[in-house]
Design a protein around this ligand. Sequence first.
Ligand SMILES: [Cu+2]
Length: 184
Amino acid sequence: MNTSTSVTKRGLSLVAVAIAALALVGCAPAVTAPVTPTASDVWIKAVPELMDGMAMTGVFMTLENPTDEDIELVGATNTTEGLTEKPLETHEVVKNAAGEMVMQETEGGIVIPAQGSVTLKPGGYHVMYWDLLKPIPVGSTVTLTLEFSNGTTLDVEAVAREIANANETYDPEADAEGSTEMNH
Ligand SMILES: [Cu+2]
């Protein structure tokens, strides 16, 4: 009898300790709001005139993650009035079976490593705009909202720049020749 009582008490106190430990751990995320990554050097490839059926472009930037856990850029929403009705996509550029560099939608977003950064740039990661309804002249600005895996969002303004190199990934003719049709 005595033994069983003492075992029960001991069991209860262990449970109490476990609950206290859980409470300590469990409280932390509720008190600390998720941290929003920061974006710098945000720009979009200018589209001076719309090409027939090929009105697309990419947004580029550097994202920094000051936290101790990886955060993914999981999506984005255009907030520029009248620019497009298509959803934006996070894209990467990969080599296909034929050895060509083509773009495709990322699986699970673009990782911003803990205490690190990732740069979206031509020929690599980008946020894809499809079916533009109006041109994006050099020097004009486009606004969009970035969405991250920790539930935070960030409004950014992208300045339209020209890419000097005619052989860039985003040359309209290069896109027309295959990458888009092959992958979407
Ligand atoms: Cu793309």
